[in-house]
Design a binder for this molecule. Structure first.
Ligand SMILES: N[C@@H](CCC(=O)N[C@@H](CCS)C(=O)NCC(=O)O)C(=O)O
Ligand SMILES: [Fe+2]
Length: 224
């Protein structure tokens, strides 16, 4: 499912971090599961993080990271995905030094487990971890430390939200837009619970093998 980048408090999609230093941002798309993967890097130190990589496109992402002269520190997951296998396990093999990351509450394996309030640092920047359960209990949102961007995974979608009935575009919007225009977020609590309990969506096609694989950080080979 499409991942949403939200501009917080009406700020334009920032190319500058809290330190006043330019940040490198790339959005990449995986067409089978319609997943957006985000690469963020510090142009000075060349340290980078990748948010929600997909197994099939991990080699593409690794190639881009090498071409840009970046050093990937973390391949992070917003949640244990049901519609695709994460690329975080493969990336730690393709790019030595990269660590896989997911929330402790996801119950999934990873090199690093994060919790609400934890910061993921890369160069002069950091992603702040905010718990955003609902779609899954372990869903987190990553907020850039200058609060210009938020990566919400499937917890909050543009004009929608992630389904709540299983396992425990240039896609940009703003928190204000979603508060006022999102058809689900403008309902009363009772109406929201009723709608979400009656979506009657089919199971994601890859769920039966994607979730078990993602509980093991995707597909990975042992590191030396
Ligand atoms: N067709 C897709 C899965 C569609 C789906 O269930 N999407 C999830 C997010 C990915 S886990 C969701 O929460 N959708 C919300 C909605 O309102 O549609 C597939 O089979 O892969
Ligand atoms: Fe999901």
């Amino acid at each position: 499912m499409a991942e949403a980048v939200l501009r917080v408090a009406r700020r334009q999609l920032s190319q500058r971090g809290g330190s006043g230093a330019p940040i490198l941002l790339r959005q990449m798309f995986e067409p089978v599961s319609c997943t957006f993967t985000y690469l963020l890097g510090d142009r000075e130190s060349r340290e980078a993080v990748l948010i929600d990589p997909v197994l099939e496109t991990a080699p593409r992402d690794a190639q881009l990271i090498k071409e840009l002269g970046l050093r990937l520190l973390y391949a992070v997951n917003t949640h244990c995905h049901a519609d695709h296998i994460t690329g975080s396990g493969l990336l730690r093999s393709l790019l030595p030094g990269c660590q896989s990351v997911i929330s402790r509450l996801s119950g999934a394996q990873a090199d690093l487990h994060i919790e609400d309030g934890d910061s993921i640092r890369f160069g002069r920047f950091a992603l702040e971890t905010r718990a955003s359960p609902g779609h899954t209990p372990g869903c987190v949102t990553f907020v850039l430390n200058d609060h210009s961007m938020a990566f919400t995974g499937d917890a909050l979608l543009i004009r929608g939200c992630g389904r709540t009935d299983f396992q425990q575009g240039f896609t940009v919007s703003t928190v204000e837009e979603e508060r006022t225009l999102n058809p689900r977020l403008t309902l009363s609590c009772e109406e929201f619970v009723k709608i979400m309990g009656n979506l009657n969506l089919p199971k994601p096609q890859q769920i039966d093998f994607a979730v078990p694989a993602n509980m093991r950080c995707g597909v990975q080979t042992p590191t030396a």
